[in-house]
Design a protein around this ligand. Structure first.
Ligand SMILES: *Cc1c(COP(=O)(O)O)cnc(C)c1O
Length: 428
């Protein structure tokens, strides 16, 4: 495989090509193919961007049809038939059935663009600077969003420019099972001498993706919502990774029955892996002046075509939701078994997650890398997350076939066995 040009020219900042140093040429469903024709099962799936799989035929057809009629690809934020189709699908099939009333802001196309827009709006509406965020939270790497991201790996590269305007509070479970971390947050809010500047907003992931598949309790989320209400603080759910069905509901906060003031979505929002994000906000929060927040790529029309097609294809009934629950159970049971095997071999491990957002915490990045490295050798693409990369995380497409899911899990099991010294790994 010819990788010399790629290695010579690409900045040292590259990441995933280090774990998977092959040249990919094709992708379909839950499978990637490299230049030598070798197939891999994809449990990374764009870190949660390909919930409907690679090159999903329904979405590809909608995009190709739109292009074939010379549909508008770029139009700044002008109205297009693509935008209307997206808004209509979102309203009819997602928002109305869930009794949600939101206006839509289309910022730049990345997740971090959506987070920046949401926290800017919260600050404008409340005229307060502070944003409360949680330990191990990940909300993007531009300055505003970075201030709310916990991981030092990202925070330490600003040449000393301080990332201001955010305060960290321990996430659910951070202090151990016995401590409800919201007791601490509530106490700070009620204490004139607690040192916490009254925040404009709280930003939270219901399941922390990059932070290590940390799952917040549904009661914890409900209480967080009521604390926000009681103190006139906006609640922003960052559903960029956990949204679009990953946890078994379109929005991950549906499980808790809460209604955030704002929601950010990106990653799987276009459904096809095209760059796209939006901010949903309660109508009365839409206090922007025309053009007060802009960007050249607001609302990428091709992405709105595939996003509308994804909503119509997968969210007209509850078939996908049920399938995510079913496959989530399969992954959960296999992961519990793998965690038990590791623990027995003297490498303490545990399983956690919600729906098809699941991980095995093996406590050290070293063990996790050994497992994912073995997995890649045997044809499975799977990554790690967490503060030390200690969680092997499964984000396979929600639409993965049962056969590919089983095969991927078999490879993972063989890789765990290889790492615990039980036996050589099987191959794809
Ligand atoms: C990936 C992610 C982001 C950042 O999105 P980018 O498109 O990488 O900028 C923000 N929040 C969460 C929860 C994410 O998983």
């Amino acid at each position: 495989m010819q990788t010399q040009t790629l290695e010579r020219m690409e900045s040292n900042v590259r990441t995933y090509s280090r774990s998977f140093p092959v040249v990919f040429t094709k992708a379909q469903g839950a499978r990637l193919t490299d230049e030598n024709g070798r197939e891999y099962i994809d449990f990374l799936a764009g870190a949660g961007t390909l919930n409907y799989g690679h090159n999903n035929p329904h979405l590809k057809k909608a995009m190709v049809d739109y292009l074939a009629t010379d549909g508008v690809v770029h139009g700044l934020d002008m109205w297009t038939s693509a935008k209307r189709e997206y808004f209509e699908a979102l309203e009819q099939l997602i928002l109305k059935p869930r009794n949600l009333d939101y206006k839509i802001q289309l910022p730049g196309p990345t997740g971090t663009n959506a987070v920046e827009a949401a926290i800017r709006l919260a600050r404008k509406v409340k005229n307060r600077h502070n944003i409360v965020t949680f330990t191990n939270g990940f909300h993007g790497v531009t300055m505003g969003a970075l201030a709310t991201t916990g991981n030092r790996k990202f925070r330490e590269n600003t040449g000393g420019i301080p990332m201001t305007g955010a305060s960290f509070v321990p996430y659910d479970g951070y202090m151990g099972e016995a401590t409800n971390t919201l007791d601490y947050f509530e106490k700070l809010l009620g204490d004139k001498s607690g040192g916490l500047d009254l925040p404009a907003a709280v930003i939270v992931e219901t399941v922390q993706g990059e932070g290590g598949i940390n799952v917040s309790g549904l009661e914890w989320l409900k209480r967080l919502e009521s604390i926000c209400h009681a103190h006139d603080i906006l609640l922003i759910v960052d559903d960029i990774q956990a949204g679009c069905g990953r946890t078994g509901k379109f929005f991950s906060f549906e499980h808790a029955g809460i209604v955030p003031d704002m929601v950010t979505n990106s990653k799987s929002l276009s459904g096809f892996g095209l760059p796209f994000s939006h901010v949903l906000m309660r109508p009365e929060l839409d206090q922007w002046q025309p053009g007060q927040y802009n960007g050249t790529f607001r609302g990428f029309n091709l992405a709105m075509i595939t996003a509308a097609a994804a909503i119509k294809q997968y969210w007209s009934d509850d078939a996908l939701e049920k399938d995510v629950q079913r496959k989530g159970k399969i992954i959960e049971e296999r992961f519990q078994k793998l965690a038990a095997m590791l623990t027995e071999a003297g490498m303490p491990a545990s399983e956690r997650g919600r729906g098809m957002m699941r991980g095995i915490d093996v406590q050290t990045g070293d063990v996790a890398d050994k497992i994912t490295g073995k997995a890649f050798e045997h044809g499975l693409i799977i990554e790690t997350s967490g503060h030390d990369g200690e969680v092997v995380k499964c984000l396979c497409p929600l639409t993965i076939s049962d056969e590919d899911l089983q095969q991927g899990l078999d490879i993972l099991e063989a890789s765990v066995k290889a790492v615990t010294g039980k036996q050589a790994a099987a191959t794809a």
